[in-house]
Ligand binder design. Structure first.
Ligand SMILES: [Zn+2]
Length: 480
């Protein structure tokens, strides 16, 4: 029941570890904190916190101090801060100054950590604050799309959802914590129930029925059923990484999830010793080739097994495979080419438009959605894709069959030097490869990046190079 809060031992600005009352967070935030700390240390910086969890009472006091002028930094009243959900931290900015906030943001994004301000200006209030939104991003998106309108902002709705999900009361959601939790769960499971308001109405009941949950069952039975579905869909938010994670280690390497469809293999590690990327890609890959020595091989049973499927030490997914052709979302693909063509893509713009495979460079990852989620990857995340001397950037735009790995859009193949549309408009229904290397950056996407396909195309080419640059700049850790 509920998202657990995990005690954490983490360096603070208060002469030692963060005090116990603040030192709690969700499992996905826990993993993000140590992965980020490890990355910062490799850059001769560090992650030191001044704030993490705040109880209702602590948030009440922080708001009162702001109102009375005792503290100048804005603190919202209880119910509106991601700190109350164990999903926000404030970091010591001094340690980031050398790297600069502009370079730091894409690094934080790699671990699913989002800033709360709009531009990377280290002088701004709240430049120190980062959120781990997890699946509550879906509640944010839901309010951006105006499916509900009872909160001051999509951010406040997201915070309410995150807080109720750890079993904490939120004033705006009334006295019944379970009702609010069920509603938050329904929204995150893709249902449209109108407002998140703590009242299970006809739309929520219809949504429960759609999910094959009996709406007339006792409320805790319903909450348990929702809980089970949430755990399956968002396992990293519920389950603690590894069992023997040292406080100062990077648990991203050790995430072995019981609910995952692919387990981290130890026997497959030997494959790393013999693996060599196509020599023509080496110049673009740079230091990533060295980082491969610290990677964790991921076992799999795909129909055409990739040459290598692994997770880099800093969390990125590394895939060397063929790239099959996906024409989904391209209107021209309806009556030719792939017989499994679909008009839609899993990633859509807010107006419901699909990505057009002939315009947007996107890549495909297999269903179920938990496969990508176990690596912290969601739709809209970015990747760098290498083939021979070509380097392209792409977005995670579509889910594909569960037994296939390695698929990209017409435009992605085009950017990798492989045109698949003939002059007469006919599509050549053929993939490319072998030797296509895809490096996916978990948690790098943002809803604000894809208000339209045009905006998304700009962001792919803005964020892609920044993410790759930050990865290549990270010094390689010693084998010890
Ligand atoms: Zn904060």
């Amino acid at each position: 029941m509920f998202t657990p809060l995990k005690p954490i031992k983490i360096d603070s600005i208060y002469n030692g570890l963060l005090p116990d009352r603040m030192a709690k967070c969700t499992p996905d935030m826990y993993a993000a904190i140590f992965a980020l700390k490890s990355r910062l240390r490799s850059l001769n910086s560090d992650l030191v916190l001044s704030d993490l969890f705040r109880s209702y009472e602590m948030q009440f006091q922080a708001h009162a101090d702001y109102v009375s002028g005792k503290k100048s930094a804005y603190s919202p009243p209880p119910g509106g801060s991601m700190h109350e959900a164990g999903r926000a931290f404030d970091l010591e900015l001094k340690l980031i100054k050398k790297i600069g906030l502009t370079a730091f943001w894409p690094i934080a994004a790699t671990f699913g950590l989002k800033p709360i301000i709009n531009r990377p200006d280290i002088g701004l209030n709240e430049a120190w604050h980062f959120d781990c939104r997890g699946s509550h991003q879906l509640v944010y998106d839901y309010y951006v799309a105006r499916n509900g309108d009872n909160f001051a902002s999509p951010y406040t709705a997201m915070a309410a959802s995150a807080i109720i999900s750890i079993g904490q009361k939120v004033d705006a959601l009334g006295d019944n914590v379970l009702a609010g939790y069920i509603q938050s769960g329904l929204i995150r499971l893709g249902q449209n129930i109108g407002d998140l308001d703590g009242v299970i109405g006809p739309r929520a009941r219809a949504a429960l029925t759609a999910l094959q949950i009996d709406p007339s069952a006792p409320i805790d039975t319903i909450a348990d059923a929702i809980d089970k579905k949430l755990q399956e869909k968002f396992p990293t938010e519920f389950f603690t990484p590894g069992t023997t994670v040292a406080a100062d280690a990077a648990p991203s390497r050790l995430i072995v999830n019981l609910h995952a469809t692919a387990a981290v293999s130890t026997s497959g590690q030997a494959g790393l010793q013999t693996y060599r990327p196509d020599p023509a890609t080496l110049q673009n890959l740079g230091s990533i080739v060295d980082q491969l020595q610290q990677a964790t091989v991921i076992s799999n049973s795909f129909v055409n097994p990739p040459r290598l499927l692994a997770r880099l030490q800093s969390g990125e997914l590394y895939l060397d495979s063929n790239l099959e052709l996906d024409t989904d979302g391209w209107p021209g693909g309806g009556d030719q080419g792939d017989p499994d063509w679909q008009a839609s893509t899993s990633l859509e713009c807010p107006n419901g438009d699909a990505l057009n495979a002939n315009e947007a460079p996107y890549f495909v990852l297999p269903l179920p959605t938990t496969w990508a989620a176990q690596f912290g990857i969601s739709l809209g995340d970015y990747a760098a894709v290498f083939y021979k001397q070509f380097l392209a950037y792409a977005v995670f735009g579509d889910y594909g069959p569960k037994n296939k790995l390695g698929e990209g859009s017409i435009e992605l193949l085009r950017q990798l030097g492989q045109e698949r549309i003939k002059n007469n408009g006919q599509v050549i229904n053929a993939g490319m490869g072998p030797g296509v290397i895809t490096i996916v950056f978990p948690g790098s996407g943002a809803a604000a990046d894809r208000t339209s396909q045009a905006t998304l195309l700009t962001m792919i080419n803005q964020k892609g190079p920044a993410l790759l640059g930050a990865l290549k700049a990270a010094p390689v850790a010693n084998a010890a």
